[in-house]
Design a protein around this ligand. Sequence first.
Ligand code: NAD
Length: 489
Amino acid sequence: MSNLSVKLQVPNGKEITLPTGLFINNEFVKGNSEEKLESIDPATEQPICSVEIAAASDVDAAVQAARAAFNNPPWRDLPGEGRSKLLHKAADLMEQHLDELFAIQSMDVGKPYASSRQMEGAHLVGTLRYFAGWADKIHGQTIPVNKDKFAYTLKQPVGVCAAISPWNYPLTNSGWKLGPALATGNCIILKPSEYSPLSSLYLAKLFKEAGYPPGVVQVLNGYGKTTGEMLTTHLGIDKIAFTGSTATGRRVIQAAAVNMKKTTIEAGGKSACIIFDDADLEQAAKWAAVGGFGNAGQICSANSRILVQEGAEEKFLAIFAAVAKATKVGKPFDADTTQGPQTSKMQFDKVLGYIEDAKQLGAKLVTGGGPLRETGNSNKGYFIQPTVFSGEEVFGPAPAVTTFKTEEEASALANNSTYGLAAMIFTENIKVAHRTAARLQAGIIWVNESNNFDWKLPFGGFKQSGLGRELGQSSLEAYLEEKVVHVNC
Ligand code: NAD
């Protein structure tokens, strides 16, 4: 074991060599910070390993390397076909190393390994291939002005981007930012969450293997208030793609104002799931569980508020409670686990605090409602029972169910939030579905499903859930500047 890599013993018996340095200029290097970042396995509460943290001088070095890569061949002059080929090559390598990538992520954040490797793995590879397909289709237009003049527009990369991501989807979130940034010819510095520092390091190793020139893709680990803020305030960064909480999103926008960095903000939500009384309640309960207990309830677009039309409430609650009870909470590497632990002690304490608050406020507990200590880890691990309340909202794997009478009331209740990320509608009536979808103030509406993502479709929020969109064709614009050339003939 060198001091810049570690051999990880995966609970499924495999061994993986993980680089632990900062990834600057295509090398894993020691950071100038004395401090190291320790990753704790949330299923066992045991330390996994420590990684390097970026100090201000390391951030400077990464920004300089990115600027040099951006301004010079080979990256500057690589045509779209070349960028497409490289991104496809990176996707091939991800596909070949899904076992390693997702084992590292599961150890780091506690996701069930089998299902996240399968679903998030396909999503990561699909996202990179989708954007690889766009790389040679980025172009402006020609605009006739008058008989002596025309103009044309050029779409050019913004420059040096910083991607700041949360702990709930470390690999998926990296793909959402790397894909469009690299397809459009930018350089990008990833700053993973301090609660999920490991998987991006393996990702970096694969990007180097794919043949990316030094400085194009870099990874700096560190805390938000130090490394994160050094990036958001750095004058050498041109764009920030941020995913995280609304509170941090606000700070990022303020910091970015210093040199008017372009910003994309994907922030929090309190998404409503509206279930009309004509809905297929079995399907509604199944999907509400996907969006409520999936990823241990740690999804930005989780359906944390379930609104059921009066008359259907009792039946829905009975089915939903049965689905919640059938959720298999367990260790991430057990094959039948459908819900792992909360990612960190901080998150575990926070969710249990919310559950206790809801109880104090008089919410009716339908099922669950506390920590789970019988997972074979001698009382260790940040496991929480899938929990359902009626009458009060809770964040975490604990959606709350309330009722509504009319279609108008359902939309009004759903819109009664400072957030506007997602919403779900369950009904067999196509007119009700479309009318409600049009009324809801949210960036993503799912009809008769929940939290089913697709890289071809834009993702992002209204109101305080964010600025701009990730995924889909429109996300490319966030990584491009438009230049107009006036030609007077
Ligand atoms: P967070 O806001 O605490 O941290 C997110 C990232 O920002 C981390 O990398 C952190 O280190 C960094 N950061 C913190 N303070 C910073 C600062 N002052 N300057 C620069 N960077 C800073 O969020 P979290 O707890 O890691 O993630 C959970 C949140 O993310 C939830 O609110 C969830 O809803 C949201 N989320 C949103 C989406 C979306 O697409 N809308 C997706 C996933 C998660």
